[in-house]
Design a protein around this ligand. Structure first.
Ligand SMILES: [Ca+2]
Length: 499
């Protein structure tokens, strides 16, 4: 047994909390995700630190919120990648390897992630704290098969451009399609296969950290035609979509109707760039078309069932190689997906449960078994948890806290909630949100509107209590807790004062 646990951190892209069967969703079958939760810990209330890719992914890797790591939106990078989990573990003697999507850097620029792949398809060396990395950029479709994924496909004798999408619907910004690509050549199959090969070839005299980035179930919702294990569209509960002629609720934040109508980029919130995940799509119209809405939702959840099978390949290999006991396996996603909730699709500067609440499963048989965690936790907690289990002292004050005392001894967390931050552009829409088991508060900086939801009595977040005089006391308490959380991890000088 290695002195330090091995670590496998799996991040999917845009996967909602309710896409895991264990969450209570009977319409989706995820036996392998459920198995991780059953044999380890299943977190009912895990939240992403940000609702788009790069900021959340930088938070996972640094244990810091965007206000400290600096990668505030897609197209930006963390100010100091040397404090990534990969660097910390490698400095402590781990062998480190990455396969799949990373998105810690802007895709359109020269950086470690966009480095050209050699003709021999060799992994990138010394990649952001990883000894080696096999990287892909993009999502499903011929344009999304890039980097080492494209090399792998060619090495099997197939041309990545040969597989087309057959669209199910016209004018579909979710790209709901039947995909000619077979499961055997799917991005997740590549990741699972390369991960297993890494485990088989690893010299186990040193612990390893294997980081896996599945690009699905992010849109386009393209399901391989030979994948038969489909989710029944009729079995999925359908969200209430606001009627087109309904009077607008004056309590709604100003940007929400724009997301429903697809007018956000014509509004005062538009900055230099189009807003992530919203290409002027009138999402409420989209999801009022129930055939299309049901179809795209079923394809989305079907992609999760496909990921589950690929996860099963990895879990079986851990058993076969007798690595399961000594390996911490973490399964999560960078953020969720609205998928029609509140008449909105995809993601953006939103705080609703659909986009902020994510699956989180942690298994480490040497430490704990069969936990269901009700406390609110954040993905910034992953790095401190891993460093704690590995016995690595951390010299940086992270925003996250170790979950080890909670997992091992069921001790309550010394933090009453979790923070979520959003910054579209430095001078455009941005918020700081605070979520507790009972409440969710979102403060939009520089704006008069905000959001306050009573999650216990209004779990669907239908009534915004922000500005309601009856909720002033709870507003003040939540605001104070948020300030406490902001202060707790402020960097301080190593010197004692006035000595
Ligand atoms: Ca993402």
């Amino acid at each position: 047994m290695a002195e330090k646990p091995n670590v496998i951190l799996i991040t999917t892209d845009q996967q909602r909390y309710d896409s895991v069967g264990m969450s209570g969703s009977s319409f989706v079958k995820t036996p392998n995700m459920d198995r991780l939760g059953r044999e380890g810990a299943f977190f009912r209330r895990a939240y992403c630190p940000n609702t788009v890719c790069s900021p959340s992914r930088a938070s996972i890797m640094t244990g810091l919120h965007l206000s400290r790591h600096g990668a505030y939106n897609i197209g930006t990078a963390a100010l100091d990648p040397s404090r990534f989990l990969s660097h910390e573990l490698r400095r402590a003697g781990y062998r480190t390897y990455h396969v799949g999507k990373a998105h810690w850097y802007p895709w359109g620029t020269v950086n470690p992630e966009t480095a050209p792949i050699g003709e021999d398809g060799a992994p990138l060396r010394d990649f952001v704290g990883f000894d080696a990395a096999e990287v892909s950029i993009g999502h499903a479709g011929p344009g999304g098969i890039t980097g080492h994924y494209a090399y792998w496909m060619r090495s099997k004798g197939y041309d990545p451009a040969a597989f087309q999408a057959r669209k199910r619907f016209d004018k579909d910004d979710n790209g709901t399609s039947d995909y000619e690509l077979p499961v055997s050549l799917h991005s997740g199959t590549w990741i699972a296969e390369r991960a297993v090969q890494y485990l088989e070839n690893h010299d186990h005299s040193e612990p390893f950290y294997l980081n896996l980035g599945f690009p699905d179930p992010h849109h386009p919702h393209m399901v391989p035609m030979d994948f038969k294990d489909r989710v029944d569209p009729e079995a999925i509960p359908y969200p209430a979509i606001p009627e087109p002629d309904a009077e607008e609720d004056p309590r709604l934040p100003e940007h929400i109707p724009h997301f429903r109508k697809g007018t956000i980029n014509d509004s005062r919130f538009r900055g230099r760039f189009g807003m992530a995940g919203n290409q002027n799509t009138p999402w409420a119209d989209y999801f009022r078309d129930r055939e299309k809405g049901k179809g795209t939702r079923a394809y989305y959840y079907t992609l999760v069932q496909l990921i589950d099978k690929q996860l099963g390949i990895l879990l079986d290999a851990l058993d076969r190689l007798k690595l399961a006991e000594d390996t911490i396996v973490i399964f999560t996603s960078d953020h969720g997906e609205m998928l029609g909730d509140h008449g909105i699709g995809q993601k953006g500067p939103l705080v609703y449960e659909g986009v902020t609440r994510v699956p989180l499963l942690i298994r480490y048989p040497n430490s704990f078994r069969g936990r269901t965690v009700e406390d609110c936790v954040s993905l910034v907690d992953l790095l401190p948890t891993v460093l704690d289990y590995a016995g690595i002292p951390d010299t940086l004050r992270r925003d996250g806290i170790s979950l080890k005392p909670l997992l091992e001894e069921e001790r309550k967390l010394r933090r009453p909630g979790v923070r979520i931050e959003y910054k579209e552009e430095p001078d455009r829409i941005r918020y700081k949100a605070w979520v507790t088991p009972e409440w969710k508060l979102a403060v939009y900086l520089g704006e008069s509107f905000g959001e306050l939801y009573d999650l216990k009595n209004d779990p669907e977040e239908k009534i915004n209590r922000f500005g309601d005089p009856n909720y002033e006391a709870v507003h003040l308490r939540l605001m104070t807790e948020l300030l406490n959380d902001l202060e707790r991890s402020e960097p301080v000088s190593g010197r004692e004062s006035r000595v």
